[in-house]
Write a protein that binds this ligand. Structure first.
Ligand SMILES: Cc1cc2nc3c(=O)[nH]c(=O)nc-3n(C[C@H](O)[C@H](O)[C@H](O)COP(=O)(O)OP(=O)(O)OC[C@H]3O[C@@H](n4cnc5c(N)ncnc54)[C@H](O)[C@@H]3O)c2cc1C
Length: 421
């Protein structure tokens, strides 16, 4: 659709898995909803991710929502009438150190509390699940009920599902800001014109903090970058999606693997690093062995990005319809070599395509699904911190319930915006 409605009960910013899932569940409950995407559906994180749909290793704050999400994933292909590549093929985390094994054992207390089928696989049994490998791993954490899906297919199918239920899905249209009346959201300004509404949800992924900043709503959010490749069709080495220190891989529907380095994520230093850095110290201490901190052209680019703009535009959102960052070839070469060394059956794999994605991260790596109390009618569903694809349908349903008043305080309490301040 290229023309915008004059009014809508709810407007959603962002056509990633979170925005489209929320639109889908709102439309399903009869709410008139308009989703506005500056580029294309699933142009950013939601098509670039690994495709793991995992419960294991999650922060306990997210467990009820990921469990609900998994239940939704199971029925989605049928409900949407489209193949989205969802399978409960299991997830396997392999440990190189005793410290990792202890971490996995510790996480099992959460699995037990929620009756998730996660368990430790001892060293002697790893071969049962990955018959040919040279990993020498000490043990593994395995969750047979965890799943996987094809990211781009799933996100675009959900958008079509929302559209079929009557949602307005606008692409190539940036949201520039919103206006208020008596303190409450009263209209949303897009580059194609205004939409009268009293409810706006920001599901803008990595752009959410910039958007919120325009309205004096502080949102701590930093970006990290992850590079990914896909291989040619190769023999299946395990039905599970696998993560270890040296490589992460998921079997794709096309018979290849989606592959990334298991512990090389780039953290570009940008002006926001200085603004929010102090809030990230605890997470940084935990994750520093996996982060490669870099000062590159992004610092200057973000320094030059307008933080304030006129509501009539132009805004920074029209000038970058899709965040298309270049993959780090060095990291990908390391990952690809690790892949072939660890799994000799994949020695003939070739690289078909590579890409990178920017990931939005909150200080505690838990998302925000929350009203913003000081502006009635303004809501957030953002900050999914590198694991928002799997939880997407569950988080979208929760965001829809938050907006329609069906979500309990208890369900939303772990995702509250005010926890950062
Ligand atoms: C390489 C990589 C690997 C990952 N692996 C996994 C994984 O295996 N499992 C997992 O669960 N998660 C994974 N993730 C994380 C997951 O992809 C994200 O958490 C999830 O996709 C976030 O969805 P989103 O809808 O919040 O954001 P996005 O998908 O980024 O969508 C946000 C959208 O908002 C739009 N937008 C922003 N501002 C505006 C505006 N003002 N006007 C209009 N539109 C706007 C953007 O154009 C964008 O399309 C990975 C991410 C990456 C990058």
């Amino acid at each position: 659709m290229t023309s915008i409605p004059k009014e809508s009960d709810v407007v959603i910013i962002g056509g990633g898995i979170i925005g489209v899932s929320t639109a889908y569940y709102l439309a399903k409950s009869g709410v008139s909803v308009t989703l506005v995407e500056k580029g294309i559906i699933a142009g950013e994180q939601s098509s670039r991710n690994w495709g793991f749909v995992r419960q294991q290793g999650r922060d306990p704050a997210e467990i009820p929502t990921i469990m609900r999400s998994l239940a939704l994933w199971k029925g989605l292909s049928k409900e949407l009438g489209e193949d989205i590549g969802f399978k409960q093929a299991g997830v396997f985390y392999l440990a190189n150190t005793e410290e990792q094994v202890a971490g996995y054992e510790d996480w099992l207390k959460h699995a037990k509390e929620y009756q998730i089928d996660s368990h430790i696989v001892p060293k002697t049994e790893i071969q049962k699940y990955i018959p040919t490998n040279s990993g020498g791993w000490l043990a593994a954490l395995r969750t047979p009920s965890d799943g996987k899906a094809e990211p781009s297919k799933a996100t675009t199918a959900l958008a079509r599902g929302a559209d079929n239920l009557g949602a307005n899905i606008l692409t190539n249209c940036a949201v520039l800001g919103f206006e208020t009346e008596a303190g409450r959201v009263s209209s949303v300004r897009t580059e194609l014109g205004a939409i009268k509404t009293n409810t706006l949800l920001c599901a803008g992924g990595t752009w959410s903090s910039l958007f919120c900043g325009r309205h004096n709503i502080p949102l701590p959010q930093l970006k990290i970058q992850s590079s990914v490749l896909r291989t040619s069709p190769v023999p299946e080495i395990s039905k599970h999606s696998i993560w270890c220190r040296d490589v992460a891989l998921r079997r794709r529907q096309d018979g290849g693997y989606t592959v990334a380095h298991g512990s090389a994520t780039e953290a570009p230093i940008v002006p926001d690093t200085f603004k929010w850095g102090i809030k990230y110290l605890e997470s940084y201490k935990k994750e520093k062995s996996r982060l490669r901190i870099k000062l590159n052209g992004r610092f200057y680019k973000e320094l030059m990005t307008a933080r304030r703009w006129n509501i009539d535009g132009p805004s920074p959102f029209e000038s970058e319809r899709i965040y298309d960052v270049s993959p780090n070839k060095k990291i990908l070469n390391e990952a690809f070599n690790n892949l072939r060394n660890l799994f000799p059956q994949l020695e003939n794999a070739t690289i078909i395509e590579s890409w990178a994605g920017l990931i939005d991260v909150t200080p505690d790596a838990v998302p925000v699904i929350s009203p913003v109390e000081k502006i009635p009618g303004f809501y957030l569903a953002t900050g999914f911190s590198g694991h928002g694809f799997g939880i997407g349908p569950g988080a979208g349903e929760l965001a829809a319930h938050m907006i329609t008043g069906k979500a309990s305080k208890q369900e939303l309490s772990n995702f509250d915006y005010s926890r950062f301040f």
